[in-house]
Structures are given as C-alpha cells and as structure tokens.
Design a protein. Structure first.
Length: 256
C-alpha cells in the first residue's frame, strides 16, 4: 500500500499563518507609526530652533527687539484675518502680501531656511512652497503661532495703535496670569468646525493633537504633551470666533 504525499497547507495551517502575520503587523505597524511621529517631532523641534536663532539674530540687529508688526488695520475681514498688532498669529503675510510677524524674518535672517516655518507633522495637507510663494503677493501662514507681543484683541482702540511695551527679547514682561513670558512660538492646534471653510478658515493641527513643540525666549525648544487639550484652540460656533485670539494666547501662556 502506497501513501500519497500531501501537497499544500491545510485550512488550519493557513489560518495559523494568517493569525501570525496579523499579530506581527499589529506589533510592527504601531512601532513604525510611533517612530515616524517621533521623527516628525524632532524635525519640528529643529525647525523651531532655527526660528529661534533667526529671532535672536534679528534682535541683535534691531536693538534687542523681536520681529513685530506691521501695524494692523482697525478692522479685519474673514479674507484678511489679521488681528490687532501684537496678538499671536500664524500669518507670515497679509492679504496685500506684506510680511507680518515671523514672516519678517524671511527677508534676511531666515531667508535660507524658510521651510523651518513649517512643521512636518501637519495633520492636514500643507503646501509649504505655495505658502512661501504667497509672501509678497497674498495672505500666507506658517505652522506656528508667533507671539510678537502678548495681547488678545480683534481690534486696536479707535484712533490709536499702541506699541506693546514688551517687544524686547530681554524684557518680554508678564502674561495675563502674571507669570514671566517665556514662549515665543508654538505648534498650531487649531481645530475648527468645517462650516468655517466658507470664510476661508480651516483646521491647522499637528502631531495628531498629542502635543506641541514650544520655542522659548532663550532659543530652547520643549515638547509638551496635550493630554488635557490646553494647547488646542477648538472653535465650533461663529460666536466662538470672537474669543479666538484670547484662546490662542492662552496656549502660549500655558507654555510659559
């Protein structure tokens, strides 16, 4: 009596192989995702350090002043969402194309490293090249809120555009919680309702909302977890837009 040699796998063996592959994927994929996220956080931190160096070089050339202005108009529209001068903003140019805030660094101190104004850990598609090409032509924004002073107004008082007192790198003053101002720039975690798209306002979040890199006045960069959402600007109603700049400033104050 002869025995026929078995070819192939049994159903049970195939199921065991599939289960093993699934287990390996379940182990490897999260590790790869975590490693990729960590790499993006590291590049983001490096970018902010370059911004910090540029701010310090700027201050050396301008009697200790950090990049500030230009003066805001007495009002803004949804298409030109630029608040009172001194309020933290991610804008690097206005609707007119005029550089603003951190965008003032692009003309010299950051001209060779303009990409450092953009975080590789963006949760939405961002065309950094297109944004940079917009400077000088139209409104553009970066990945970071830049604190070119520390107020939170939509408008400057009618008839006056006061220059904030604390725009010197060595004398930044105190925040609204009476703590020394330390944070100069931070990842945007701007989570807004999709209905705002009709106003040209969209979400700009980074690192899956898990945390932010913060540039401090001394040029150092720290990673801060966002487990309690203290760095998230979440706006879901039209009424909430009125307090948006105050909430944005609060994220920097949480990092001070």
């Amino acid at each position: 009596m002869t025995h026929r040699r078995r070819n192939g796998f049994t159903i049970l063996e195939v199921l065991v192989v599939i289960a093993t592959i699934g287990l390996l994927v379940g182990i490897v994929v999260p590790s790869l995702t975590a490693a990729r996220d960590a790499a993006k956080r590291a590049v983001c931190g490096s970018n902010l350090r370059q911004v910090g160096v540029a701010i310090h070089c700027y201050a050396d050339h301008y009697d200790g002043s950090i990049p500030y202005g230009p003066k805001a108009q007495p009002s803004f529209t949804a298409a030109n969402f630029y608040p009172a001068t001194g309020t933290p903003t991610s804008l690097i140019s206005l609707l007119s194309g005029k550089p603003v805030g951190a965008g003032l660094l692009l003309d010299g101190h950051l001209s060779s490293a303009a990409d450092s104004l953009f975080c590789p850990g963006a949760d939405q598609a961002v065309d950094a090249k297109a944004e940079l090409n917009g400077v000088g032509k139209t409104q553009a924004q970066s990945s970071y809120y830049y604190r070119h002073a520390s107020i939170a107004r939509q408008f400057d008082p009618p008839g006056q555009l006061p220059v904030p007192e604390h725009v010197k790198l060595h004398r930044l003053g105190h925040n609204r919680n009476d703590k020394p101002i330390r944070a100069l720039a931070i990842d945007t975690q701007f989570d807004v309702s999709p209905t705002f798209a009709s106003f040209g306002i969209g979400a700009r979040t980074h690192h899956r909302g898990k945390g932010v890199n913060v540039l401090l006045y001394d040029g150092s960069v720290h990673w801060s977890p966002n487990t309690d959402d203290r760095f998230t600007v979440r706006l879901q109603t039209a009424e909430s837009l009125h307090s948006a700049f105050s909430v944005i400033l609060s994220t920097l104050e949480a990092a001070d």
